[in-house]
Design a protein around this ligand. Structure first.
Ligand SMILES: [Zn+2]
Length: 358
């Protein structure tokens, strides 16, 4: 009898997933802005998160726990020890393994909410792959660290009329903007060109993890408003909001209406979407260059054997790392490489040609 009594709740939970759902999200369903209907909408939502560093990690974690039904995490980078101060989905094991951030994030999310779907894409978002990576998303969230990718997302979102949220954080400063194409200003309305004051990066100015979490909290909440209430949700913020958690400076710029003559949403001139693939990108100010001009799969086992004579090699199924002092090369199966130890694309290209092939 005791045994039966103890087994009963288990049996019940297996037989009624709906009861599990209500129980799991009970505190969020109790919140008037969400409710049971809102929670069901969240369960059907498809959200793409572009970039899974500090902001992307926090956003993915919040939305996964909140029950957003399908998350697609797109990131080109791998986990390093210096990420752990602020990138909340990763741990020391991920850094020791140099796991791609998208893979490590998807594993963590699967462990913290197995009832949602999460998809990892280890790729750099560029014009040639943006369509398959972002198609069928209800909402696109920005976890990137550069304006080039943000303008690309903005072009795509405006062209397809998909809402997206710009989020950035550097130093102690956080900034966010909701873009609802056809209703609000878009990123190019506010910043026709890359803003000069914000080209600082986390490497040049450092970053507080609390500034990251603030921008992720604001963005995840606006995301839930959009997913539950749609673009006409009255409480959806229609400003560019910035907040400095260190100085307490706060500013809001109106963004309720598109700027007349805007290149993207006014003239519908999608120059970033039409742009050529970018052969080299210098990453977040950390003395490294990404090369992805060669779209040819790499045979890790063969390359491992070949590189043994030239330096230390380590690999798993996702990355192959090769150290040849003073450089460190990280290769992905699709032929993409991140080369650390230089900020000069010519040096990186010559290293790639010498060790991997041209
Ligand atoms: Zn615009």
């Amino acid at each position: 009898m005791t045994c039966l009594a103890r087994e009963e709740p288990l049996k019940k939970s297996v037989e009624s997933p709906a009861a599990d759902f209500v129980d799991r999200y009970s505190r969020q369903i109790l919140f008037a802005g969400i409710g049971a209907a809102g929670q069901r909408k969240l369960a059907r939502a498809r959200v793409a998160i572009v970039g899974c560093g500090a902001t992307g990690s926090a956003l993915a974690g919040l939305l996964a726990r909140a029950g957003a039904g399908q998350l697609r995490i797109i990131d080109r980078d791998y986990v390093e020890p210096s990420n752990l101060q602020r990138q909340s989905l990763f741990d020391e094991h991920d850094a020791a393994e140099s796991l791609p951030k998208a893979i490590a994030a998807a594993r963590k999310i699967a462990a913290l909410n197995s009832s949602i779907q999460v998809e990892a894409k280890v790729e750099d978002l560029i014009p040639s792959n943006i369509e398959p990576l972002l198609e069928s998303s209800d909402l696109i969230l920005d976890g990137t660290d550069n304006f080039e990718t943000r303008y690309l997302i903005n072009d795509y979102a405006v062209e397809r009329s998909v809402p997206w949220i710009y989020s950035a954080s550097v130093g102690s400063y956080a900034v966010a903007l909701n873009v609802v194409p056809g209703q609000t200003a878009c990123l190019a309305c506010i910043f026709p060109d890359s803003p000069r004051g914000m080209v600082e990066t986390c490497e040049t100015s450092g970053i507080l993890n609390s500034a990251v979490n603030l921008v992720a909290s604001i963005t995840a909440t606006e995301a839930m408003k959009l997913l539950v209430g749609g673009p006409d949700m009255p409480t959806l913020r229609r400003t560019l909001l910035s907040f400095d958690v260190w100085t307490n400076d706060r500013a809001e710029i109106g963004a309720a209406k598109p700027r007349p003559g805007c290149r993207a949403c006014g003239q519908r001139d999608f120059i970033h979407l039409a742009g050529e693939g970018r052969p080299h990108i210098t990453l977040c100010g950390r003395n490294s260059v990404q090369i992805h001009e060669r779209q040819r799969p790499i045979d890790f086992a063969e390359l491992d054997r070949r590189l043994q004579a030239h330096g230390q090699v380590r690999r798993n199924e996702y990355v192959l790392k090769f150290w040849c002092d003073p450089y460190e090369m990280t290769l992905f199966p699709d032929g993409r490489a991140i080369i650390k130890g230089t900020a000069d694309p010519a040096v990186a290209r010559s290293l790639y040609a010498r060790y991997v092939g041209s």
